[in-house]
Design a binder for this molecule. Structure first.
Ligand SMILES: [Fe+2]
Ligand SMILES: [Fe+2]
Length: 145
């Protein structure tokens, strides 16, 4: 893995965060019914976390890897019912964790090369992974699984 490839991975991660925030906010507008309010509140709260993740990844890219962060957005996914919305986002959260764990493995492999940046990058990425695992748990609770 080269530093250039690692930058590509972090830009891919930032694209996922852009998409996640938009997707949660759009899905929150779709939820209706007697039990809608807590679900809407939870989706908006998660969207706020995704915004923080964008900032963390921009910091990694700009401050520690020395590049301009991407402005691109990954693919977003539509869903029609509350259940489908929760399932779609659960799938996307799991995909994000899979991808971020892969990035973490690469960051660890490059520890020597990233001597002056490693702990900042590792810490920020770890923070994001921990949050995504929390999102998975929250979505599972709402789904009753
Ligand atoms: Fe995120
Ligand atoms: Fe998330």
């Amino acid at each position: 893995m080269t530093k250039k490839q690692l930058i590509e991975m972090f830009n891919g991660a930032l694209e996922l965060e852009h998409a996640a925030r938009i997707q949660y906010l759009a899905h929150a507008e779709e939820i209706v019914g007697i039990d809608a309010e807590p679900v809407i509140a939870r989706l908006r709260e998660i969207a706020d976390d995704e915004k923080k993740h964008e900032e963390l990844f921009r910091g990694i890219l700009g401050d520690y890897l020395g590049v301009t962060p991407t402005m691109c957005v990954a693919e977003t996914h539509c869903a029609e019912t509350t259940k489908k919305i929760l399932e779609t986002n659960l799938k996307d959260e799991r995909h994000a964790v899979d991808f971020y764990v892969k990035i973490m493995d690469e960051v660890k492999n490059m520890k020597k090369e990233l001597k002056y940046e490693y702990y900042q990058i590792e810490h920020k990425l770890r923070h994001v992974i921990i949050d995504e695992q929390e999102h998975i748990a929250e979505l599972k609770i709402l789904l009753g699984i």
